[in-house]
Design a protein around this ligand. Structure first.
Ligand code: SF4
Ligand code: SF4
Ligand code: SF4
Ligand code: FES
Length: 953
């Protein structure tokens, strides 16, 4: 097993009750050993800290103590009876005894009662060897059960197998309530209850429902908490206990959860959220925890393939042949159409090292800067907007910082679906009393959920974020709520004065923007006051901010809000972009944009370029290259002919699908490197099999700028890891890259990038993870940015004039369509559609307000044709009060849905990030799929046949 963390900081040992923080320290004696701990600490935890392990069943250090099992009883001098050590806080001078005859007898009696109502099938139980009940029976020395097993018991209680990933065997339940508390305290879903009392008490999902029918979101926290095999992963029930474990990082969303992969040989049995994980602290969501089966799915392609045209079947070839074919085609294209006729797209799903190599390949081997990344279509406005205001293209905080926030402003983000582990942390803070403002066209779960309610839901019209943000700033400035000291000491005065004049204008007053945003002026004023006057104010935003024609303006307006209220540079505040994919931050950091080398340095900067030229031994182009939309345009005009696309599915994920299809069919050589024949690969001439995150070493950088190790769990199914494939392609093109291990790539990144100077694999092993900047000044990384000063120069207020999107509703297209994600699926769905997560979301639905549905004669479940200026598709209707009249919504996880057939070419003025969130559409009841869907089905089936023919050859 890899030693990945300082054992002194290792949190994997369960200390029984949560850590308490206090200035006051208390000293007590336990079995004659003196221990000093913070006031409020339990006797159980104090004992565990000096390696005295008191027996326990209902306690766990990620849950508040409950005191139900009584197994942890101790004797305390001067106290009557035998109090439970988990619920008894330390008191100065306390003398505790954890072992004596009376305690031993009591504990044996308790265990005897438990065991008399428990199946005696330890040898065949899936938890054998990993069961706390079994351990405790041994610990207390239970040798016999005097009551026999014939009395009233629960041994016939049924098993609920409805969840695809875990089973609930009620006959083994000891009603310790750890699962109930985990669901409440850790996950915040409140899906479980203890029904009944005394002997009749039992655990129940929802209203005595099956798990699958309840509110359970399958996060796995209850499974993790269960001390017996009552709640257990089906994979372990089927295949037995693991034989070793390796710690790695989730490859789904930008939270970047750390997991312990429990393995049996080369096979992953289960993913257990890592308590040492600094982003997730032992919690997970259904995707990272359970939806990993795609990595070994039968659809994986493990042989390189080539073909002359997309009208031909695939031909399986050796790696050498495929790479030579690809390189010759690219060289020939450049010979005939010029150096700039080829380019590449990097992936935010791949590692930093892989992404770095792809941009290096483009700049050094293709000889141009035609490299872009899928971050173009999600968070490129974040990079632009935060750089322009805060001088650094990244979020300012740790996730943990939210626990110090007094007011939380969530705009254009849906954390409980898209960033679920952070969503749970946020809900925890709300339950502790922090206030919440939500700005979203839709009523997301946070607006009104179990024990969570937004003080203000600003249900704005899609496309009006800038008007709303300006109005909030206007209230703050016009009511004198700004933080004058912060502005004077930290921000550029000239820029502030200009902005102040601009924002003070009454055109930004909420009364004057209400017609634009649809948000009541008084409600907005109250929200602005709440954000500005409640103490620590933290802003969290997502793609609902960036994916607009004014995405960059919105990001700058958010930064303005944070600066004008002084909410930057300490715990509990800040500007926090919630990045979509696992490595969006990293792919941007690694120089994936056509105008920037790694570390966000412009390609026209001579000093930076010469640094890279020296290291890479080539001359670099000083002109920015093509962005993805420019590549498509250029392809349609016959100038851009060759594309290397690693781990990205532009045919499904990019807007205006028909335009993308036209661009793809215009090219002569498309090289797709992926684990599946994704939608883009159906247009490809070369297929290079990719490796999943389980098959390689590397690093991901999450939304907190946290760099975490990805560790190889099993050999690459296609023999090569992704970084090795890029090296081979470079070599085939005549450019040598020499690395034996991804750590050497990271060493090069660190040499060339100031904010990464201190990063290395050794340092990552030592610290667990690192938040950049990490260099000579900040060798341990930087959890909170801008604590003393903004990097480089003063904070810069930006003028953010609201300009309405060109996408307008009219009689023909009277509804506004906005898009988003759902918890169980991930992005284009290529991974999650190949898992049992399908049971929760087997198709994308079209959400429509009851009034709009009624006007159109649409009933729940009807097929609805959705037409926009770009195209037409059809989806099944879901009538939903979450929507506001005039606004409709869908997810985009299934290719057949064609959500992007209707989205348009409109994009952010600064970065070309597509305006996915605003499309004018009309919806009508239909009886068959759209023409596009019929054509897609035909094309897709044909390509699938070509793949099957290759498999047989
Ligand atoms: S299911 Fe497990 S955690 Fe929940 S009460 Fe039963 S034994 Fe305890
Ligand atoms: S899996 Fe998560 S949401 Fe479902 S019951 Fe368990 S803790 Fe609650
Ligand atoms: S998908 Fe995101 S929240 Fe879920 S386990 Fe993975 S990193 Fe964590
Ligand atoms: S562990 Fe303390 S009462 Fe159960």
């Amino acid at each position: 097993m890899i030693q990945y963390f300082d054992p002194k900081k290792d949190k994997t040992r369960d200390l029984g009750t949560p850590e308490k923080k206090s200035e006051v320290q208390v000293s007590i004696q336990i079995d004659g050993v003196k221990v000093t701990v913070a006031q409020g600490t339990s006797v159980m935890r104090a004992a565990a800290l000096v390696d005295i392990n008191i027996p326990k069943l209902c306690a766990s250090d990620n849950l508040e103590p409950f005191g139900s099992c009584r197994l942890c009883a101790v004797s305390i001098e001067g106290m009557r009876g035998m109090p439970a050590s988990c619920t008894t806080p330390v008191r100065e001078g306390m003398k505790v005894e954890t072992q004596n005859n009376d305690l031993a007898k009591l504990r044996r009696n308790i265990m005897e009662l438990y065991i008399s109502d428990h199946p005696l099938d330890c040898l065949t139980c899936p938890a054998n060897g990993d069961c706390e009940l079994q351990d405790m029976a041994g610990t207390v020395g239970l040798r016999e059960v005097r009551y026999g097993f014939d009395g009233e018991n629960h041994l016939d209680a049924p098993t609920d197998d409805s969840n695809p990933y875990f089973s609930f065997d009620a006959s083994k339940c000891i009603v310790c309530s750890r699962c109930v508390r985990a669901c409440e305290e850790v996950q915040g879903t409140f899906a479980l209850t203890v029904d009944g009392r005394g002997f009749d008490s039992k655990i129940s999902a929802g209203q005595a429902e099956k798990f699958i029918d309840s509110d359970c979101v399958s996060c796995g926290a209850c499974v993790q908490a269960c001390p017996t095999s009552t709640l257990m992963e089906k994979s372990v029930i089927d295949q037995g206990q693991p034989d070793h474990s390796i710690v790695t990082t989730c490859a789904y969303c930008g939270v970047g959860c750390s997991f312990r992969a429990d393995m049996k040989g080369d096979k992953v049995l289960r993913m257990v959220p890592d308590k040492n994980g600094q982003a997730n602290q032992g919690h997970s969501c259904v995707k990272g925890r359970f939806a990993f089966g795609y990595a070994t799915h039968q659809d994986r392609i493990t042989s390189p393939m080539i073909r002359d045209s997309i009208d031909q079947p695939w031909q399986k070839v050796s790696w050498e042949e495929a790479l030579a074919f690809a390189a010759n085609r690219l060289k020939s294209i450049q010979l005939h159409h010029g150096r700039d006729s080829v380019g590449a797209i990097t992936s935010s799903r791949c590692t930093n090292e892989e992404t770095y190599l792809v941009q290096k390949l483009v700049r050094a081997a293709f000889g141009n800067n035609n490299v872009d990344t899928c971050a173009r279509v999600c968070h490129s406005p974040t990079g632009y907007g935060l750089k322009a205001t805060l001088n650094e293209s990244a979020g300012t905080q740790t996730f943990d910082s939210v626990m110090a926030a007094d007011v939380i402003f969530v705009i254009g983000a849906n954390p409980t679906d898209a960033h679920p582990v952070f969503g749970s942390l946020l809900k925890k803070r709300l339950r502790q009393g922090a206030k919440l403002i939500v700005a979203d066209p839709r009523s997301i779960d946070l607006v009104d959920g179990p024990h969570v309610k937004a003080q203000h839901h600003l249900k704005l019209r899609p496309g009006t974020n800038v008007a709303l943000l300006n109005a909030l700033a206007h209230v703050i400035v016009s009511e004198g709520l700004e933080d004058k000291d912060f502005i004077a000491s930290r921000c550029d005065d000239k820029a502030f004065q200009q902005w102040h004049t601009h924002i003070s204008d009454t055109r930004h007053a909420p009364e004057n923007t209400a017609d634009i945003t649809g948000v009541d002026a008084q409600e907005l004023r109250l929200a602005a006051r709440l954000y500005a006057t409640s103490g620590n104010g933290a802003i969290y935003y997502g793609l609902g901010v960036t994916e607009h024609s004014q995405g960059s303006s919105s990001v700058m307006a958010i930064a303005n809000l944070a600066m004008v209220t002084g909410n930057i540079g300490r715990e509990g505040v800040g500007v926090n972009p919630l990045r979509g994919q696992n490595n969006v931050q990293g792919s941007c950091d690694m120089g994936s944009f056509p105008h920037e080398l790694p570390g966000y340095r412009h390609v026209s900067d001579n000093e930076t370029r010469s640094l890279f030229e020296q290291e890479w031994q080539v001359t670099l182009d000083h002109e920015p290259g093509l962005r993805i939309p420019n590549m498509f345009e250029s392809a349609i005009h016959g100038n851009f002919k060759g594309l290397y696309c690693q781990g990205e599915d532009i045919a499904q994920s990019d807007p205006n699908t028909q335009h993308v299809q036209k661009a793809l069919t215009s090219m002569e050589c498309i090289i797709v490197q992926d684990i599946f024949l994704n939608e883009t690969a159906k247009y490809a001439h070369v297929f290079l099999p990719g490796s999943s995150f389980m098959e390689k070493n590397g690093t991901f950088t999450n939304a907190e700028r946290r760099i975490s190790r990805v560790r190889k769990l099993m050999p690459a199914l296609a023999d090569k890891e992704d970084w090795q494939v890029t090296i081979s392609l470079a070599k085939a093109l005549g450019y040598e890259m020499n690395y034996e291990h991804p750590s050497e790539i990271m060493d090069e990144i660190a040499r060339l990038t100031p904010s990464f100077h201190g990063v290395s694999y050794d340092r990552l092993e030592e610290l667990g993870s690192i938040q950049w900047p990490c260099n000579e000044k900040t060798p341990l990384g930087t959890p909170i940015m801008h604590t003393e000063d903004f990097v480089g120069k003063a904070g810069t207020f930006a003028i953010t004039e609201y300009i309405a999107t060109p996408e307008k509703v009219n009689k023909r297209f009277p509804l506004l369509l906005t898009t988003g994600r759902i918890l169980s699926q991930y992005n284009v769905g290529a991974q999650t559609r190949r898992t049992d997560n399908q049971v929760w979301h087997g198709e994308d639905k079209f959400e429509i307000h009851p009034t709009d549905a009624q006007d159109r004669g649409i009933n729940d479940g009807d097929w609805v044709g959705i037409a926009s200026r770009a195209g037409t598709t059809a989806l099944r209707a879901k009538i939903s009060e979450r929507m506001q009249p005039g606004v409709v919504y869908t997810t985009f996880h299934h290719p057949m849905s064609g959500a992007n057939v209707v989205t348009t070419d409109n994009s952010d003025w600064a970065t070309n990030c597509p305006e996915y969130k605003v499309t004018a559409v009309e919806a009508t009841k239909v009886s068959e799929p759209s023409q596009w869907q019929a054509d897609y089905q035909h094309f897709s089936n044909r390509q699938q046949r070509f793949l099957e023919q290759a498999s047989k050859s």
